[in-house]
Design a protein around this ligand. Sequence first.
Ligand SMILES: C[S@@+](CC[C@H](N)C(=O)[O-])C[C@H]1O[C@@H](n2cnc3c(N)ncnc32)[C@H](O)[C@@H]1O
Length: 308
Amino acid sequence: MPVRMFLSSGDLVADRRFDFARDLQLKGDLVAAADLMLQATELAPGFASAWFTLADIREQLGERDAAISAFRKAQAADPEDRHGASLRLMRLGAARLADMPHGYVRALFDQYAPKFESALVDDLGYRGPALLFKAVLAARAAVRKPAFFRRAIDLGCGTGLAAAAFASHVDHFSGIDLSPRMIEKARATSLYTELEVDDLLAGLRRKADASAELVLAADAMVYVADLAAVLAETKRVLVSGGIAAFTTETHDGEGVILGEGLRYAHSADHVRKSVEAAGLNLSLLEARSARNEDNTPVPGLVAVATKS
Ligand SMILES: C[S@@+](CC[C@H](N)C(=O)[O-])C[C@H]1O[C@@H](n2cnc3c(N)ncnc32)[C@H](O)[C@@H]1O
């Protein structure tokens, strides 16, 4: 992700010291950068960006305990945790794996929205919606049912790329996303009958029983640790015979991990068990990469699950 969050301390001198410290960090003078960043936090003790960057520098210096302490200060200074300090604590093994802070996801994608499609599609070869489309067609063909759906829900709909891929196969699309700026972009496509700014699980919980034939999540489960909870709610919302299709990033180990890029990766076995725990039937699970990083496909899965 390309953006770096900055929250002003409200104190001009502390903000300036932050800027100098960042320059030093970028030039590789980490010891001097940490010293100056610490001074910024002394001037403004509630300066979340300074605590977060200090933690980052300390981590670069290999000072794990000091980094953890500063990440905790960053978290306390910004209850929304827009920098994602809790994720960095998870990566350092100092916090249990938990759901992503909504403030972090919202801030990340609000900043990312204007360049999302060019950055993802052009630079990272993003193909999540196309993978889902192909997988849904294959799953429907296997049971000799047409791939046309009256009502579909797009979880983590972003700017609307999944709705575009399925546009001629769905009558009414409902989209849910945490980021108001991404939702603005989705609204501009006119592909959705309904759009909600909310957490996808909270949004799903408001949907009526058996109110959708299709639920999609293209590159959204990478921000969800507890797959089974979302799938269980998906099952309730699906009609009998309805299907859920989603992509994940994956890894060869067990369960779910938080990867280097601060996205969750779900093992194939974990996806299988989560689908089963939700009471859905797995129709398709294939190794497919939804995007590249450094021109290399990121290991991924595409899954289709059906409600009996
Ligand atoms: C990588 S984008 C993918 C967007 C879109 N599905 C696509 O294929 O282009 C991930 C989207 O998921 C949204 N998101 C992440 N976690 C979410 C959550 N818990 N609830 C709702 N939206 C979420 C983000 O705001 C972002 O718009």
